[in-house]
Design a protein around this ligand. Sequence first.
Ligand code: SF4
Length: 345
Amino acid sequence: MNMSQPLVRGMPDTALDRARQIHRIKALLKKEDAVLVAHYYTDADLQALAEETGGYVSDSLDMARFGHDHPASTLVVAGVRFMGETAKILNPEKRVLMPTLDATCSLDEGCSAREFIPYCDAHPDRTVVVYANTSAEVKARADWVVTSSIAMQVVRHLTAQGQKILWAPDRHLGDYVRRETGADMLIWQGSCVVHEEFRREALLELKRRHPHADVLAHPESPASVLAEADMVGSTSAMIEAARTRTARSFIVATDHGILYKMRQAAPDKEFLEAPTGGHGATCKSCAHCPWMAMNSLTTLEQVLRHGKPEITIPEPVRAAALQSVERMLAFAADQRKPVLGLGNT
Ligand code: SF4
């Protein structure tokens, strides 16, 4: 196709530019022997492009596992930095590119290895369990890495063995697991800037206006919001709930990027974003991760064109982090949980 010619007669310039850009990205993916894996929270444009080009849309661990099984020598990870690192931990032989390494995560940022390692050292009697939303260095110090869908089972398993737990970094997810399991957990006080903004009072008001809607909530949300939910679960579990529950309408308490996959899974159902900020907020927050939003068609084209930024991890750190990730994978296999579909953010 001659890209100097309009693709569709009468197409507006912006739509035409976008179509041309998508065309160039598709060609670059082929040229670079690359596959695009995108997180549920990225923009719909990127999720659609991943699907159209034989890539994949999922949670971070599942993205890494897809990349491992795919024959492409380059993985392009649209998401936040710890997701690119997880992909590299599981795929050291592949080149892992990201549209930007500035896309981080408040959970990762709030739990630096510099502070976390001495904290662990100060509690040698505790088994260290960290959420997937952490740096490679933090994973390397942990005994276990968990996702939100398997956290409960891992903590129950460790508790049954008489182990006490040091949990990091998300305090809401940690509190939720502690309430559900009764485990002895020392909890790091990190939080997600997106989920922390959901407000119970505004949610109740929305529920009053939509009395037949089910509330689906991610466990990184505050306890007061989880208490009003009909279902609490990982991103993958939330999409599955949207598909299988009998309700025709849902209020969704997680990043609104997930609505792309929910609408795909249940096209005849209605999805409403859970309210953020509430009446008392000084500024209006939105249910969209500012770092996920740094992934765009433009940054994607740039990384494919220039081959950077690329994720690199010192081998001793990667090898140590792999052990704690593999412990979870082996546990999941023992539980006969399907590894695909393990969810986190
Ligand atoms: S939505 Fe929250 S947990 Fe997910 S990447 Fe953004 S800040 Fe981190």
